[in-house]
Ligand binder design. Structure first.
Ligand code: ZN
Length: 281
């Protein structure tokens, strides 16, 4: 196998659950907008696309038909080999059945696995209770979809360790450190060092990626590259390209991440290389 140690995977999260057209007219909301943005982000260097869809009102929703259409449009671009990663949260307070259906039927190579429950942004509960997590892992194993284990604080890493021990989460696992969401761990380098150390203790041999929401975004991007991690960027996590300036599109974030990786004298992983790094078929 080629040496992949110098390769870094860029994941783009184009849409997420929160930004609306009122927040930024540049966020892709409709399936055709998301598919077009994913295609252009792939051209700019993204190997993985993390997909959310919205309801007809533009709000967070897990509507199967929207995912089906988005995935169909992306897959119809025959030259595009981007790795699809479908959300299993979609937002907060959504029905379990609706959260489970898109990945189970559409069979992307990856789907998110939010490894614990938290108080979300001082407003509500982001619920991922133990029964749901066991069911989610079981269904992902059944259709051979790799979990992207999203952790919002160190306790969720230990929670993942429990499911790894139980055999529900397979190893080597892949983690996403989601930092800077109010209610979760802050987006600082000190915290990133701690998260990485905790991961090495709890689930050695795992691959990992990170992003910071809000003002810690650039600090986490640079620190992650320096510490050997993969990166995630996009409007799910940040609508501002920099202070006071909305991003024109998601490609801007991908291009900047690519420049940072290359300036660090690493290389951006192609989707084929990312598949090898992540152990995907
Ligand atoms: Zn997401």
């Amino acid at each position: 196998m080629a040496d992949l140690s110098n390769k870094r995977i860029i994941t783009v999260a184009t849409t997420g659950a929160w930004p609306t057209k009122a927040d930024t007219p540049n966020v892709p909301i409709e399936p055709h907008e998301i598919a077009e943005e994913v295609y252009n982000c792939w051209k700019a260097g993204a190997a993985v696309a993390h997909i959310h869809c919205r309801g007809n009102d533009g709000k967070a929703a897990m509507i199967f038909e929207k995912f089906e259409e988005t995935v169909r449009l992306i897959r119809s671009r025959k030259d595009c080999d981007v790795i699809l990663n479908i959300t299993t949260s979609g937002g907060v307070n959504l029905r379990e059945e609706d959260r489970l259906r898109p990945f189970h039927e559409l069979k992307p190579q990856m789907a998110s696995y939010d490894c614990g429950t938290m108080n979300w942004a001082h407003t509500t509960i982001f619920e991922n209770n133990p029964a749901f997590l066991e069911r989610l892992a079981g269904m992902m194993n059944e259709v051979n979809v790799k979990p992207e284990i999203e952790v919002f604080d160190p306790g969720m890493i230990y929670n993942a360790g429990y499911y790894i021990k139980k055999g529900l989460l397979k190893t080597p696992a892949h983690f996403q450190f989601c930092m800077g969401v109010p209610g979760g761990i802050g987006a600082t380098t000190r915290n990133l060092v701690f998260m990485k150390g905790t991961l090495e203790e709890v689930a050695p041999g795992s691959t990992w990626s990170a992003f910071g929401v809000g003002k810690g975004a650039m600090e986490i991007l640079y620190a992650t590259i320096a510490m050997g991690g993969h990166v995630r960027v996009g409007m799910e996590d940040n609508i501002l390209y920099k202070k006071g300036q909305l991003a024109d599109n998601n490609m801007e974030f991908v291009s900047r991440a690519k420049r940072c990786i290359e300036e660090f004298t690493c290389e951006v992983a192609t989707p084929a290389e990312a598949r090898q790094i992540l152990g995907l078929a």
